[in-house]
Design a protein around this ligand. Structure first.
Ligand SMILES: *Cc1c(COP(=O)(O)O)cnc(C)c1O
Length: 445
């Protein structure tokens, strides 16, 4: 089979041949479905030997039902953090015992729904623990319930994505001795707390640092079990957070490398002491997805050459607002989808939104673009075109899946239709202010 980059090039050529991009839809996302399944395979292989490992996909990385269904059919569970994500997991056919509900802000209703459905849940803080106590009313939960700890193992290169700083909003910080005692006490007094959760990795966090956080969670589990004299904590949820290489087509780091580092830091994860849950998002999906946009105009301003495209902040919000942390490659294709071979000149790749900062790349050396050319933005399969930002009422683009046969033929699937203008108008609210009821307890309009 061809490699990821060869398949992507074949798909761009096929997309151009099928006129997937036109005036109506000059932008779309495409996903290499075989690459997604391959990555699931790599994850399962890398963690082989762990006792009944449950691998979940972090739904926020790719909230597209058909994509989630593919993942669920390939044996994955779903990590969700809202009512909406829970509904998507259910819609994708994920059985409740393969769903893990994480959110730092669970409402009473969410806690009740999760307990009723038998979904696994990780409690974020002691206030939430008290609510779960009350909701259970002495009964035992059907799903596995854990407590999220913050190992306070330190920040990574990207502040906004560092979950394990001393002051992170997530979990119970166990660096403080009194907190550690409180966590141990919470477990010892609640036999139904049988899981422990940590999500200490992310883009910009070294594997060793993430593994250090996981080892801290395992140490708490060991201490609980030693104290109560039995295997009360049965399962460790190690979270996700494997970083992705956005600079080339090389997949690095790999799940295999992470497993080795995890195993060295916490051998109990793989020697049968504990069951295991993972919650990868970015590393599972990023490399399979590509944004495609037509180049609408090309112009010069103040000595800069600017290509105006349809790929901007609405599909690449992190890159546009924080390009230093979230660089994306740009690949150039002619209107027939063939890789361009024109001379390389510095170019700005601008999006369609009405603010000056809406650019994916500034002064990037690229083959000289012309109107009608196609840019491909690889590595956008996680957190990009699936997470829309509705600035300027720009529509959510269509997302297509593809598979390339051994002979190089491309088969296409629709995962999501482009948002229609009528839907944009609907989402913009009521046509006129609707008077609210004088009696809010009876429900307003
Ligand atoms: C976002 C998130 C994940 C997935 O993180 P990636 O970096 O995409 O692998 C997993 N678990 C939790 C609790 C998260 O918030």
């Amino acid at each position: 089979m061809q490699n990821l980059a060869e398949r992507r090039t074949a798909a761009v050529t096929s997309a151009a041949g099928r006129r997937l991009l036109d005036d109506e839809q000059p932008l779309c996302g495409i996903i290499d479905l075989d690459a997604v399944t391959e990555q699931v395979g790599h994850l399962h292989e890398a963690f082989a030997g762990a006792t009944s490992a449950l691998h979940t996909v972090a739904v926020k990385a790719g909230p597209l039902t058909a994509l989630l269904k593919l993942l669920v059919d390939a044996g994955m569970g779903c990590e969700v953090a809202s009512k909406g994500e829970l509904a998507l997991a259910v819609e994708a056919g994920c059985p409740p015992e393969r769903i893990v509900f994480d959110s730092p802000a669970k409402t009473h209703a969410e806690i009740a729904a999760v307990l009723a459905q038998g979904v696994s849940m990780n409690i974020d803080n002691f206030g939430e623990l008290a609510r779960v106590d009350a909701a259970l009313g002495g009964a035992s939960p059907r799903g596995r319930i854990g407590l999220r700890i913050n190992p306070q193992s330190g920040a990574g290169a990207i502040d906004a994505l560092s979950t394990a700083t001393r002051t992170s909003k997530f979990g119970v910080g166990i660096g403080d001795p009194s907190m550690r005692d409180a966590v141990l006490d919470a477990y010892i007094t609640r036999p139904w707390l049988t899981q422990i959760h940590v999500h200490s990795g992310s883009q910009g966090v070294a594997l060793s640092q993430a593994a250090h956080g996981v080892a801290a969670a395992v140490a708490v589990a060991n201490e609980v079990n030693a104290t109560v004299g039995r295997r009360q904590v049965k399962r460790i949820d190690v979270g996700g957070g494997l970083p992705v290489n956005f600079h080339s087509d090389e997949v690095t780091p790999t799940y295999r490398e992470y497993r080795q580092i995890l195993e060295a830091a916490a051998p109990e994860l793989f020697d049968g002491t504990y069951e295991l849950v993972t919650e990868f998002g970015r590393s599972l999906l990023a490399k399979s997805g590509t944004l495609l946009s037509r180049v609408e105009y090309v112009k010069d301003a103040g000595g800069s050459r600017i290509a105006i495209t349809h790929a901007g902040v609405q599909v690449a919000v992190r890159t546009v607002f924080n390009p230093g942390d979230w660089p994306l490659r740009i690949l150039t294709h002619d209107p027939d989808g063939r890789p361009k071979t024109t001379p390389v000149v510095p170019q700005d790749i601008a999006g369609p939104a009405c603010f000056a900062g809406d650019v994916l790349a500034l002064g990037r050396p690229l083959e000289q673009l012309e109107p009608g050319d196609i840019i491909a933005v690889p590595d956008t399969g996680a957190y990009y075109f699936s997470n829309h930002f509705s600035y300027n009422a720009l529509p959510r683009p269509a997302v297509y899946g593809y598979r390339i046969s051994g002979r190089g033929a491309c088969t296409w699937f629709t995962l999501r239709d482009a948002q229609r203008v009528e839907e944009i108008v609907y989402d913009a609210g009521h046509p006129a202010p609707v008077p609210m009821s004088e009696h809010p307890e009876q429900g307003g309009a």
